[in-house]
Design a protein around this ligand. Structure first.
Ligand code: AHG
Ligand code: MN
Ligand code: MN
Length: 333
């Protein structure tokens, strides 16, 4: 019989002393919320959850109904448990402090409630990404501020994602490797199906939105050209390409069979340092990727070392198989 998420977390808390009980409970609540989001996603047209909400988020992106519903589900589930001081989300301009009617804890939760929004209405895999930080020591007894969230990704206590695809999965790290749970839809429980996930160090598969190629910076142009040149080119091997347009699905594929994912800064909007958001997309994914033996950089710097200056800050992302990420870095040097 597969271990349940609860069993796994209790073991990490008791035997390995890797997480305190607050973090265990927090992860369980997040997982329960993701179960609910997955269920809502699965209803599709029958649940009236497809289509646009008719509003824009702080990033100026049109919100889908499911972006808003998923955000609500996560807020509601995590508000009352007593583990959190505040939350931040792609879909909320400012941080959400725990209301005074509930006890406050010392952790901070960040999330991308629904990643891959453009895939909702076409029934392609989407997900939820989350990151857990500890509030700074000096925050006890005072109001939490946005500054308290601005910690480098290396400070994450835990990170993970739920993937709503043919299977509903929860992929998690608490800093000692990556584990995968599959939702048993009959039992309604998350069961451990993969431990010690390792990313192959080499790969022949890249993942980038090729339609942006004319806007790319020189090093990215060169790197992709060399991949496309195949076995007779400088890389000496034929590459395959995949682009799902859901980062969760892309990262999951890389965790399973290796690969490299790139969403670099480009000249479409030179003032934006990339498309993806550092604190609730790049950081949690980078922690998972590193914990599985891969690498994640913003071109040359380790993403987890970046000191954030804003909760919604964007960043270039290049992550995946270790040796391939090293190869891309060389094109920038
Ligand atoms: P979100 O749906 O949370 O806004 O994120 C979408 C992101 C990411 O998941 C994906 O890798 C990328 O945007 C796709 O971008 P393009 O549509 O530019 O390919
Ligand atoms: Mn996203
Ligand atoms: Mn999103």
């Amino acid at each position: 019989m597969n271990k349940t998420l609860t069993q796994y977390l209790v073991e990490q808390q008791r035997q390995n002393k890797l997480i305190p009980s607050e973090v265990r409970l927090l992860i369980e609540v997040i997982a329960r919320a993701c179960k609910r989001i997955g269920h809502t996603v699965g209803k599709g047209a029958l649940g009236g959850v497809l289509g646009n909400q008719g509003t824009e988020n702080v990033q100026g992106e049109a919100q889908k109904k499911l972006d808003v519903i998923s955000n609500e589900i996560l807020l509601e589930a995590n508000e009352w448990g007593g583990q959190l001081a505040a939350m931040a989300s792609e879909e909320m301009e400012t941080i959400h402090k725990i209301p005074n009617r509930y006890p406050k804890g010392e952790y901070l939760l960040l999330f991308d409630p629904l990643d891959g929004s453009s895939n909702i209405d076409v029934n392609v895999s989407i997900g939820t990404i989350f990151s857990i930080l500890k509030a700074p020591e000096n925050a006890t007894g005072r109001e939490i501020t946005e500054e308290d969230f601005l910690q480098p990704g290396s400070k994450q206590v835990a990170a993970g994602y739920a993937l709503y695809g043919p299977q509903t999965l929860l992929v998690l790290t608490i800093g000692n490797g990556v584990v995968v749970f599959t939702l048993d839809r009959e039992l309604g429980s998350w069961l451990l199906t993969q431990e010690n996930v390792r990313i192959p160090e080499d790969t022949k598969e890249f993942s980038i939105n090729m339609s942006n190629s004319r806007h790319w910076d020189q090093p990215i142009q060169h790197y992709i050209q060399d991949c496309l040149a195949g076995s007779t080119g400088p890389r000496g091997k034929d590459f395959n390409m995949r682009w799902v347009a859901s980062m969760v699905a892309e990262v999951h594929r890389i965790l399973q069979r290796g690969g490299i994912f790139l969403y670099p800064w480009d000249k479409r909007d030179p003032s934006k340092p990339g498309k993806l958001r550092l604190m609730y997309e790049a950081n949690p994914m980078s922690m998972l990727i590193e914990q599985a033996g891969g690498a994640a950089v913003d071109t040359v710097n380790r993403i987890l070392d970046i000191q954030p200056s804003q909760i919604h800050q964007r960043v270039s992302v290049i992550l995946g198989s270790k040796n391939e990420v090293e190869t891309v870095k060389k094109y920038f040097q």
